[in-house]
Design a protein around this ligand. Sequence first.
Ligand code: OOG
Ligand code: MG
Length: 262
Amino acid sequence: MKLDKATIAKLAEHLENCELNAQDTLKITEEHPEMDWDDAYLIQEEIKRRKIARGTKIAGLKAGLTSFAKMKQMGVETPCFGFVTDYGCVPDGGEVKVNELIHPKVEPEIVFVMKHALKGPGCHIGAVLAATDFIMPGIEVIDSRYRDFKFDLKSVIADNTSASRFVIGSQIKAPSEVDMRTLGVVMEKNGEVVSLGAGAAVLGHPATAIAMLANHLGARSQEIPAGAMILSGGVTEAVAVKAGDNVTLKIQHLGSISMRFV
Ligand code: OOG
Ligand code: MG
């Protein structure tokens, strides 16, 4: 830890205000180049604490930058972890107001719901599959609070990994019913295919992202609780959206979900 408590609290307040007021900011490592990984996650934790104190419920967890396409797009080489909120949850077919956001992008995700708790270290894909209740399709709306979506890994972790909104589908499959590596993923914007891929784009197998999250939390004496919902990370590059856009995601065996931007 390189930053003091007051600085962590100040940065968390600043980043959360940027989110709530849809205002962008310079990445925080410009002013605090000394900040380390613990500081980055402590700022994120403080944002979570602020939200919970105000009555927000944590709807789930997320892994980000878990596919090569995403790492390349954002210029980073390691996954990151964050959380999603109750007010970020949009019903299937529902609307997202773009004036509440800065510069939203959408990405297709495979979403896990856990039957059992998972605690690292030593968590692997086998443990994840054994602990998973089912998977579902999800569209995540990310909205970095950093100007022009330009950041480094520490800055984006502090900014709760750009978490903003999400839609999840209701068609579910048990992990034993599908090969998640070969699940085809097709995302359309206004009827046109804008990105496509397969589950294996996420770290070879999306369950690897969940194992990494369990190990990350384990190193902090935390765990993935039973019943947790987890976004395993964008399968393809994220795609920018604006008012008037309609986004549909089809995932093989998991049906189709959509959202509109107004
Ligand atoms: C960081 C968040 C990435 C994902 O699924 O890769 C993320 C970003 O790209 O802004 O949620
Ligand atoms: Mg994501």
